[in-house]
Design a binder for this molecule. Structure first.
Ligand SMILES: Cc1ncc(COP(=O)(O)O)c(C=O)c1O
Length: 602
């Protein structure tokens, strides 16, 4: 395969476009030879590795990683590390560990909890929440994640499950006549068989961390619960789906009406129908909404979902209910939980919103910036005489990856929820000198320094220009891909050749036909083989996507576009699935049903 030899000049691509849209730049510099590492270079033994070999191995590793970083387009990580190395290398000389609750000092003093708290406060305010104050139930509590948003999602689902199962709240204090620090369940609610059996809803475009989290937590999806208990009653008709269908594409007459052709956001009407079915039977409800979905970077309409579901929750006694404990004592709490998986989008969309609201940035979004955070309130009006409408804060938790929008040398992130939802931890680890309210034992104390340093170096103005830049780069990539498509149509004298170019409104990712494996590897593209129409093998498409993060430049996109014009850049005859075994496993990669069932994108 020749990416260099077969490639036309930038001018050739230029000539193929109909109208000048965005001026192309002079961009090409020959790519370095593709490097690869072998396991043998890094093998360890009882004698260690001699210094010369060790340096050579580390140099090779650095060269490999730098090359991959410099071509990265496929994943939603920021590779621009600002000045972390200069600012922070001195902290590599100690072991920072934020054991225990971030708002309690704890016994291990080599920690960075003040910075962790500063980061949590920053995002709490950005997301229109009330910063943490001990005992203030509506204030926001959270912690810095040692993993990424996966941990945040898992923790949120754990919290949601225990909260809705009626387990004891941290804030109950001594008000209940039950053993403090014990992990108790409520008494069965009379006449309400399902009052403590939460059911979870999330869309087809949801990240695979949810499928894992609910398996770990033994949380039933509505699909499982439906199949087990109400096999013939799916309110959408037919079989119970595993996930809430994603929205259909706008009716342009061009695309088929299947979610795989749609924007990737949740189908709000279908979600409401499904939630209503279970709420009416008394089940408490967990809904996950995506804010920047993994493949299409779609934003679920958190406002529309909240405004529609509040009536379902209110009509079925889920806005406030009594949880009673054996031996006396009861508490009031809600019977629903809305989690926002903002792994990517919660990091930059608030800044895009600021840009859209201030003419000085000259940014006009193609659609309104969707609301998603703790500021979102919906009103329930029972319509009953004497009852006043109530305003309800709808979002219970938000997870964010630190390495995605902000950029960090390793996975990290934050989870923010509210004091009023915090559960009593299963036991108190006196050993760590603070409540064991987080997920792990040891917690990464370096990540808060990295996130703090990024935020300290990025006043709002700078964040806003980065967010707007990403939008512009995504629009630019679409234009470039269209030029590449035109080039191939001209070259093959075939006007039907399709690169399947698509971009969801406000997305910073663009999807397109999968190029050859060398290009996929060069730019670390992530790919998926997908049936666009369920069970129809003739509808199979091989797709890839590229992310325009804040460090993405026109140069990089231009270089990429040139590679896509190489002689063997695409196999246009590729019609059958080619699941590729990974080098380590013999099993094939399962093909996705529309739109995203193999969860193949990190
Ligand atoms: C929507 C969404 N949620 C969760 C995750 C998982 O995040 P992390 O890799 O930080 O664990 C991702 C990762 O791509 C994602 O796109």
């Amino acid at each position: 395969m020749t990416q260099i030899d077969g490639r036309p000049s930038e001018q050739t691509i230029e000539r193929t476009r109909e109208e000048p849209v965005i001026p192309a730049q002079q961009s090409w510099s020959p790519a370095p030879q593709q490097l690869s590492l072998t396991d043998e270079e890094f093998e360890l033994g009882p004698n260690g590795v001699p210094p010369d070999k060790r340096f050579r191995a580390l140099n090779r590793l650095a060269a490999f990683l730098e090359d991959k970083r410099d071509h990265m387009l496929g994943y939603q990580v920021t590779e621009d590390m600002d000045a972390y190395q200069e600012d922070l290398s001195r902290f590599m000389k100690m072991h920072c560990n934020n054991l225990g609750d971030p708002f309690q000092a704890g016994g291990y003093k080599v920690n960075t909890k003040p910075l962790e708290r500063a980061v949590l406060k920053y995002f709490t305010k950005l997301w229109h929440g009330i910063p943490y104050k001990a005992g203030k139930k509506d204030s926001c509590w959270g912690y810095g994640l040692s993993m990424g948003a996966t941990e945040g999602n898992l923790y949120a689902m754990w919290n949601a499950r225990d909260y809705l199962e009626g387990k004891r709240l941290l804030s109950s204090g001594d008000t209940l006549k039950i053993q403090p620090l014990s992990y108790v369940a409520p008494m069965a609610a009379e006449g309400k068989d399902h009052a403590y059996e939460p059911v979870i809803f999330y869309s087809q475009d949801t990240h695979y961390s949810f499928a894992k989290a609910i398996r770990v937590l033994k949380l039933p999806t509505f699909g499982q619960m439906g199949r087990d208990r109400y096999p013939n009653d799916c309110p959408l008709g037919g079989e119970w789906p595993d996930e809430v269908p994603s929205a259909l594409p706008p009716k342009t007459g061009k695309d088929d009406q299947y979610p795989s052709f749609g924007p990737g956001s949740i189908d709000v009407d279908k979600l409401v129908v499904l939630v209503k079915f279970f709420a009416e039977k008394g089940y408490p409800i967990i809904v996950n909404l995506n804010y920047g979905s993994t493949f299409k970077c779609a934003y679920d309409d958190v406002r529309a979902v909240s405004d529609r579901l509040i009536t379902v929750f209110g009509d079925n006694g889920l806005i406030s209910r009594d949880v009673e404990y054996e031996g006396g004592g009861s508490e009031k709490r809600r019977g629903f939980w809305i989690h926002v998986d903002g792994a990517l989008g919660a990091g930059y969309m608030p800044f895009l919103d600021m840009a859209a609201k201030d003419p000085k940035y000259g940014y006009e979004p193609e659609v309104d910036i969707p609301e998603f955070d703790f500021g979102l309130k919906s009103t329930y009006d029972s319509g009953l005489p004497g009852e006043k409408p109530v305003n309800v804060d709808m979002v219970s938790s938000i997870a964010l990856s630190g390495h995605k929008w902000m950029g960090a040398p390793w996975p990290c992130g934050i989870l923010v929820t509210k004091v009023k939802y915090q559960m009593q931890p299963p036991g108190q680890a006196e050993y760590i000198g603070s409540l064991d309210t987080t997920f792990a034992g040891s917690r990464n104390g370096f990540s808060p320094i990295v996130m703090w340093d990024h935020l300290a170096q990025h006043p709002d103005d700078r964040q806003i220009s980065k967010a707007v830049h990403s939008q512009r780069m995504a629009a630019y990539l679409v234009e470039k891909l269209k030029m590449v498509e035109k080039y191939w149509r001209n070259k093959n004298e075939d006007d039907t050749l399709d690169l399947f170019i698509d971009r969801t409104p406000l997305a910073i990712t663009v999807r397109f036909r999968r190029p050859n494996p060398d290009i996929v590897a060069k730019y670390s593209l992530s790919t998926v083989t997908m049936r666009m129409i369920p069970d129809d093998d003739t509808s199979i498409r091989h797709l890839a996507h590229a992310f325009c993060m804040s460090f993405t430049t026109q140069d990089r996109i231009d270089t990429f576009a040139l590679d896509l014009c190489g002689d063997d850049a695409f196999d246009f005859d590729e019609t059958t699935p080619t699941p590729q075994p990974s080098p380590r496993f013999d099993a094939g990669v399962p093909m996705a049903q529309s739109p995203f069932a193999d969860r193949g994108f990190a």
